[in-house]
Design a protein around this ligand. Structure first.
Ligand SMILES: Cc1cc2nc3c(=O)[nH]c(=O)nc-3n(C[C@H](O)[C@H](O)[C@H](O)COP(=O)(O)OP(=O)(O)OC[C@H]3O[C@@H](n4cnc5c(N)ncnc54)[C@H](O)[C@@H]3O)c2cc1C
Length: 393
């Protein structure tokens, strides 16, 4: 990726801002949060995110009219690199900033954009994603949560599951069946629903890490105004799929840059505890480093080629998802081997997991969320290799 003088100026602006601002009350937040550690200093991280927003460092890729900086692709890469490099804490508003925001920019009405984009950019409202249900995960078109119009409101009944961050979310973007009797992807609508109301119950699910990043969400006559549908009612599938494409694409960038820090920390640990002398572990560390370079190039190629026809068009995001999720899961396994038997022990009371133990356990989920690895392989087989479509039941 060729960087211009403007890009370099952008880099020094964000680098300088982070150096100056990750200090004082925010200094202790370095490295806080992240997968399996979402409970860490949540309120303080929220305050940090709002501070970031107040200086215009959220939603940098959004058009300026919606509160963004209209940053180019290269500048977005730079932003994520500098953010990860600085050790700034994990972001809290990514569902709104990276998933719903771009979806609304593409499909929302002017009123929806005006109502929802500014609070996302300001990190004043947090969002969760209500797609999966007990009977609809990989096969998302099996969604059965229903919504019917009643007195000008949508009334929603059903259950969502694995809903990340639902305990802290103010709003949920969800997929519901609005045409009774419709089947598969027809008759679904993409609704925006306020979370804090009597008709919604959020029940946290305890995960391997002992924490609850995701939840069950029960809708029992929950309500949202009739104009809270994104795109056309009954044609929500198109919108939902667009959000998924975003989830599997650009938004993974920041995450991946953070991996470099994890690998650096693991290499430092291997040097410290002598594991770096083990030829097999050295080999695996070197492979991890190579994997990181390949992944970075692949992401940049995907971003550069976005929208271009060519071999594999439409499967690029799946290749990237497959690469990072497998890489990160393998890194967790490597970390356990670098740490040796001590990886199996909890440290002194209160016996909290270490960061590496959390990384190992949580990264088991990487090949599941955002579309499982089997689903990504299916997409690559069909779209990149032109193999016959998998039989649908
Ligand atoms: C940490 C985490 C956070 C999540 N956050 C959210 C969230 O915020 N919002 C949300 O809506 N969802 C969320 N999810 C749910 C996630 O999207 C689903 O778990 C995922 O889509 C898989 O669906 P499932 O769990 O129902 O598994 P299933 O679809 O039942 O799959 C079970 C197994 O069968 C395989 N399989 C299924 N279909 C096929 C096929 N056609 N070909 C080959 N193999 C197949 C799968 O790969 C998997 O191994 C989250 C999940 C995790 C783990």
């Amino acid at each position: 990726m060729q960087l211009t003088a403007e890009d370099e100026a952008f880099r020094s602006a964000i680098r300088g801002w982070l150096e100056q601002n990750l200090s004082g009350e925010f200094a202790s937040l370095r490295g806080a949060g992240g997968p399996g550690r979402e409970h860490e200093q949540f309120e303080q991280r929220l305050a940090w995110n709002r501070h970031l927003a107040a200086s215009g460092w959220t939603c940098v890729g959004w058009p300026a009219e919606y509160g963004g900086r209209a940053a180019t692709l290269a500048q977005q890469v730079i932003f994520h690199e500098e953010y990860a490099r600085s050790g700034a804490p994990a972001r809290v508003g990514h569902m709104g900033e990276e998933l719903l925001g771009p979806t609304l920019i593409e499909f929302g009405t002017p009123e929806q954009k005006e109502r929802f984009l500014p609070p996302i950019a300001a990190v004043a409202e947090l969002w969760c994603q209500g797609y999966s249900e007990p009977g609809a995960g990989s096969d998302l078109a099996s969604v059965s949560t229903s919504a019917v119009l009643d007195g000008g409101d949508w009334v929603i009944t059903g259950q969502k599951i694995w809903t990340s961050l639902a305990t802290v979310a103010d709003w949920c973007f969800l997929l519901a069946r609005t045409e009774p009797g419709s089947r598969r992807s027809a008759g679904l609508s993409y609704l925006l629903v306020p979370m804090r109301q009597a008709g919604i119950t959020v029940r946290p699910i305890r995960q391997l890490t002992g924490t609850s990043e995701f939840n069950e969400v029960f809708f029992d006559g929950a309500r949202t105004p009739g104009d809270m549908v994104v795109g056309t009612a009954g044609e929500g599938w198109r919108v939902a799929v667009a959000t998924l494409a975003i989830e599997r694409g650009v938004s993974t960038l920041g995450q991946q840059v953070g991996y470099e820090r994890e690998l650096d920390a693991l290499i430092a640990e291997a040097r410290r505890n002598g594991a770096a002398a083990d030829p097999l572990l050295r080999d695996r560390l070197a492979r991890a480093w190579i994997g990181l370079q390949v992944m970075r190039e692949q992401v940049i190629a995907m971003l550069d080629n976005a929208g271009q026809p060519g071999p594999g068009a439409g499967a690029d995001a799946s290749v990237v998802k497959l690469l990072w999720s497998r890489w990160h899961r393998t890194l967790g396994e490597l970390a356990m081997d670098v740490l040796g038997p001590s990886a199996m022990l909890a440290q002194a009371p209160p016996y909290d997991l270490t960061d590496w133990q959390r990384q190992y356990l949580f990264s088991r989920a990487d090949t599941i969320y955002g579309g499982s690895q089997e689903i990504q392989l299916g997409i690559i087989a069909e779209r990149a290799l032109g193999l016959p479509r998998q039989p649908r039941t």
